[in-house]
Design a protein around this ligand. Sequence first.
Ligand code: 3HC
Length: 312
Amino acid sequence: EMSAEERAFQERIDAEIKIEPKNWMPDGYRKTLIRQISQHAHSEVVGMLPEGNWLTRAPTLKRKLQLMAKIQDEAGHGLYLYSAMETLGADRDEEIDKLHDGKVKYSSIFNYPTLSWADIGTIGWLVDGAAIVNQVPLQRTSYGPYSRAMIRVCKEESFHQRQGYQILLDLMQGGTDEQKAMVQDSINRFWWPVLMMFGPSDADSPNSAQSMAWKIKRHSNDELRQRFIDQTVPQLEFLGCTAPDPDLKWNEARGHYDFGEIDWSEFFDVLKGNGPCNRERIETRKQAIDDGAWVREAAKAYAAKQRARQAA
Ligand code: 3HC
């Protein structure tokens, strides 16, 4: 039986009125938003590492500048999202400690290594492409600050996807046979982990039902995964590449592409921390936080001095 407050809250959700920080909200709504937004922010920050691996080895100055801009964008996305999370009363340092202690998650995809320059193209095209399919509906999420952060993020993501696809198109249209093989190898390594980004299948998604009722999540994991595949296969064919999935083929009756079984044991293994790069990613993040402590202390000291000067 809903309380009067819960009923009023759900009516606001059903009327598509955004929930703002000052509004009453069920503890569960607050809790699941802190869970999702903090993990989303962690994903953006950890997501800079695989790309940073190729910053000093970009083949041209133009590609280096594009990659630098993309990485800076991801850092900014992380900061918008940590700020949106703080409006729910969560503490940024505490949430980052939980990441370092392996108590919370970040997107599984960032636990895979970037072994070639083509991976930078694949990440832009497939990883950011999947992130766009996931983030566009989040522009309409019921929590105001999260929705507004997503509107800003989505504007920047489309540039990321285009520059990634362009890297692969240049290699496929103008590259040597060896470079074309490098592109196909990259797609073979990232294809299935990218499909896992959308989360477990709907039958195994414990948070989905409640998140859909609260209009935090607008489409199910499987729905967005299918939407991503349907839009990506034509791009894959235009590249002249294939996916490592013999069951991938258009199903006229369904109006969608059929595709093979996802290896969920790999997904849950990566979530448990046993992916190729999990340990390295967290160690690098811990080191970065330690190395940056002096900057944060200096900024706080400066801010305190400013306040004292204004108060004087
Ligand atoms: N990686 C890691 N954990 C994942 C995951 C993934 N790809 N997919 C699901 N999970 C976790 C969930 O967090 C949940 O664990 P938790 O309860 O401890 O948080 C568990 O698996 C079960 O999944 P559910 O489907 O029940 O969880 P959700 O309803 O939260 O759905 C989600 C998962 C679709 C990822 C949703 O949380 C979401 O939309 N998050 C916001 C978007 C996001 O985080 N995107 C990351 C993409 S990378 C990115 O955006 C950076 C870009 O710039 C490249």
